[in-house]
Write a protein that binds this ligand. Structure first.
Ligand SMILES: Cc1cc2nc3c(=O)[nH]c(=O)nc-3n(C[C@H](O)[C@H](O)[C@H](O)COP(=O)(O)O)c2cc1C
Length: 179
C-alpha cells in the first residue's frame, strides 16, 4: 500500500470488532513507533501494551469517574454503559516517557507512525486524549506500569473496525508563502 493512501484514508475509528490484534501486528506497530525521529535521537518513548479486556474496561471506568466529576460537558461519555472512552478496542498502547522538553513531541511522532502503519495492516486506531483525565491518578498509573517521574503522553487504541469512516478531504491552511 502506498504511504499516500495510508495518509489520506486513515481515520479515527470508534467502533471495533471483538477480535484480537495478532502479536506479529502488535510488533509491527511498535517497530513503526520505534522508527520515528526523536530529538537528539534519544529515543525516549516507552510503550505499555494492554490487550487485557478487563484492564481496558477498568481504565475506561476510571476515566469515566474522572469525567463525571467535571459536570455536564462529558455527561454522556461518563454515564453511558457503553465504552465511549476506548470504544471496546482490543488493544491499547500507551506512549509514555520522561518529563524532558521534547518527549511529548517524540511520542506524537511515534504515534502517527503507528496509526499509519496500523492502517496499512487493516487496523483502525484512535488517539484517546481523554485518558489525560487520569494522568494525576498515581495509583491507577502505577497499576499499569507508568513509573513515578514518567508522563502519559499518547494513549492509542487499535483494532479491526466494524466499518471504516469515509475518507475526508482536507487542505493545508497556508498562512503565507515566502518565495
Ligand atoms: C491529541 C488528540 C486527542 C484526541 N482525543 C480523542 C479522544 O479522547 N476521543 C476520541 O474519540 N477521539 C480523540 N481524538 C481523535 C480526533 O477527534 C480526530 O483525530 C479528529 O476528529 C479528526 O478525525 P480523523 O482522525 O478521523 O481524521 C484525538 C485526537 C488527537 C490528535
Amino acid at each position: 500500500m502506498e504511504l499516500e493512501e495510508c495518509i489520506t484514508h486513515r481515520r479515527s475509528v470508534r467502533s471495533y470488532q471483538d477480535k484480537p490484534v495478532p502479536e506479529e501486528d502488535i510488533q509491527k506497530l511498535l517497530k513503526a513507533g520505534a522508527m520515528a525521529p526523536s530529538a537528539r535521537n534519544l529515543q525516549p518513548v516507552r510503550y505499555i501494551v494492554i490487550t487485557n479486556k478487563e484492564k481496558i474496561k477498568d481504565l475506561s471506568g476510571k476515566v469515566k469517574e474522572a469525567l463525571s466529576s467535571l459536570g455536564d460537558k462529558y455527561g454522556k461519555r461518563a454515564e453511558s454503559e457503553e465504552d465511549l472512552i476506548f470504544y471496546e478496542a482490543p488493544l491499547l498502547i500507551l506512549l509514555v516517557g520522561d518529563k524532558e522538553k521534547w518527549t511529548k513531541n517524540d511520542c506524537a511522532l511515534a504515534a502517527e507512525n503507528m496509526m499509519l502503519r496500523g492502517y496499512e495492516l487493516g487496523l483502525g486506531s484512535c488517539y484517546i486524549g481523554l485518558m489525560n483525565k487520569i494522568e494525576e491518578d498515581r495509583e491507577t498509573l502505577s497499576s499499569i506500569g507508568i513509573d513515578e517521574g514518567q508522563q502519559l503522553y499518547c494513549p492509542l487504541i487499535f483494532g479491526y473496525p466494524t466499518q471504516w469512516p469515509p475518507p475526508k478531504t482536507r487542505e493545508a491552511k497556508i498562512q503565507k508563502r515566502i518565495e
